[in-house]
Design a protein around this ligand. Structure first.
Ligand code: NAD
Length: 471
């Protein structure tokens, strides 16, 4: 595995070793040497050299490149799905959704950028002419986690390229294979040298990128803990930062909800990707008048879930992606035992595969609001439930979190849902749907879930700096 710097594959000068494991069977896939700070310097230098020419391309030229990337992703779909399955533990079905959403994202920004006005001239009454210009922010560092390879990066790479920025990209060191294959695609299509650089490294390389004097912006997706470090490290050089961090999102099942729909959305919102979603709706709030029948249906559905490698369907779940995450979720399950939380599920009903980082789905009911499981992001298949008596109480409980990334409302009346949505302090709110994210929408959190927005027009704006020419 080599870094991709200035249009060439370059061996690292580093020494630290990284081991990559297949979470389906715990077998080693590969080990490689992590990028050094010198590699990062070389990548930033290449991006800096390439910036001027790339920023002067027309939006139409950049759109053509984005569409070319999307075309090649289509061609490489089968390979990318296999890599994501092997490295991340996703089923082929879920890996396919990621690849397709990533393709959609490149095409979305190709369309958007062609129709954007990067410059606008107006005349003042005294004859002064003002030209407002939107300029690329410069060299950007993009840092991503391991849970949605290709798609988390597409949300950054597509708008950054569309805006005319040059890039140094550092994916998760534990899930590098899909993004490595993505970079091979850029190499094959002879993407302009130095505009896109890949660094395969760990926290050392990432930290060096964040403090680098020639990096103008950092777009980081990952844990809130590391996000806080990133913000602090970026402050002395007044870098622009976009932070997409953790969550502890609520799902509200209102009194007028259809129970089958509520169970379906609760399952998908929690157990898709084995619960390894920043936006997992892991705090469930159900109206007390329907709590009993709802819990009965939820119990049956969760006890029917299947765990295994590459299983399909809404009731199937793969492994945790990393051993670290596997251990972290078990720590929370130990806390649940210590706190004597009440399990809704008979875990004996669910079979556990012999190998792999699999964890059974857990559902706890009547969870106290001061429980660590209610308050903290677990990032695994653990749902905490409470019932509520009034909608005021539901809204208060939903907003009572240090996070504010997403929320779901299940209701028989969309208007009713919209009224509740106005009161929720969350970046993305679904009514009678779950985890569906359109490239033209918006992603980002309130409170400790982050700063800034990705996707849609906000996504490209965050890679632009406005200035004005006065004549
Ligand atoms: P993480 O924070 O451990 O790592 C994320 C990335 O940051 C990795 O590439 C890592 O190498 C890098 N990194 C590590 N130390 C760094 C440092 N000091 N400076 C700069 N970068 C550093 O997160 P993870 O375990 O890979 O992913 C899980 C977390 O990501 C969860 O908390 C989840 O909520 C969050 N997440 C958020 C979103 C969102 O859109 N809000 C999406 C996906 C995941």
């Amino acid at each position: 595995m080599k870094n991709y710097i200035n249009g060439k594959w370059q061996a690292t000068t580093g020494t630290a070793q990284i081991v990559v494991i297949n979470p389906n069977n715990e077998e080693q896939i590969l080990h490689y040497t992590a990028a050094s700070t010198q590699d990062v310097d070389a990548a930033v230098n290449a991006a800096n050299q390439a910036l001027d020419a790339w920023s002067m391309t027309t939006p139409q030229q950049r759109a053509a490149w984005l569409n070319k990337i999307a075309d090649q992703l289509e061609t490489a779909k089968a390979k990318l799905i296999e890599l994501s399955h092997r490295n991340n533990g996703k089923s082929s079905e879920q890996a396919q959704v990621d690849v397709e959403n990533s393709i959609k994202c490149y095409r979305y920004y190709a369309d958007l950028v062609q129709n954007m006005a990067f410059s606008k001239t107006t005349q003042c009454e005294d004859g002064t002419e003002l030209t407002h210009q939107q300029n690329p922010v410069g060299v950007v560092a993009l840092i991503t986690p391991w849970n949605f390879p290709l798609i988390t990066s597409a949300w950054k790479i597509a708008p950054a390229l569309a805006a005319g920025c040059s890039i140094v990209f550092k994916p998760s060191e534990l899930v590098p294979l899909p993004e490595y294959a993505f970079t091979e695609i850029l190499d094959q299509i002879q993407f302009p040298q130095g505009v896109f650089n890949l660094i395969l490294g760990d926290a050392v390389a990432a930290q060096h990128l964040v403090v680098h004097a020639d990096v103008q912006k950092v777009s980081f997706t990952g844990s809130t803990e590391v996000g806080i470090h990133v913000m602090q490290a970026a402050a002395p050089s007044v870098k622009r930062v976009t932070l997409e961090l953790g969550g502890k999102s609520p799902i509200l099942i209102l009194e007028d909800a259809n129970l089958d729909e509520a169970v379906d959305k609760a399952l998908g919102g929690m157990f898709y990707n084995s619960g390894q979603m920043c936006s997992a709706t892991s705090r469930l709030l159900v109206h007390q008048s329907i709590a009993e029948p709802f819990y009965q249906k939820l119990k049956l559905a969760v006890e029917s879930m299947l765990l295994g490698t590459d299983l399909t369907g809404a009731l199937a779940m793969g492994p945790m992606t990393t051993e670290k995450q596997f251990k972290k979720v078990h720590e929370y399950l130990n806390i649940a035992q210590q706190e004597k939380l009440q399990s809704l599920i008979d875990l004996n009903q669910i079979a556990l595969p012999n190998k792999g980082f699999f964890i059974k789905p857990h559902v706890f009911i009547d969870v106290p609001t001061d429980s660590r499981l209610w308050k903290e992001e677990i990032f695994g298949p653990v749902m905490c439930c409470r019932s509520f008596a009034t909608e005021d109480e539901a809204v208060r409980l939903a907003n009572d979190s240090e996070f504010g990334l997403a929320a779901t409302i299940i209701t028989g009346s969309v208007e009713h849902g919209k009224n509740i949505a106005k009161r929720l302090r969350s970046g993305h709110i679904w009514i009678n749907s779950h985890q569906m994210i359109q490239p033209g929408s918006l992603w980002g959190g309130f409170k400790k879930s982050g700063i800034g927005r990705e996707l849609g027009e906000s996504g490209i704006q965050s890679y632009l700096e406005e200035n004005v020419i006065t004549i």
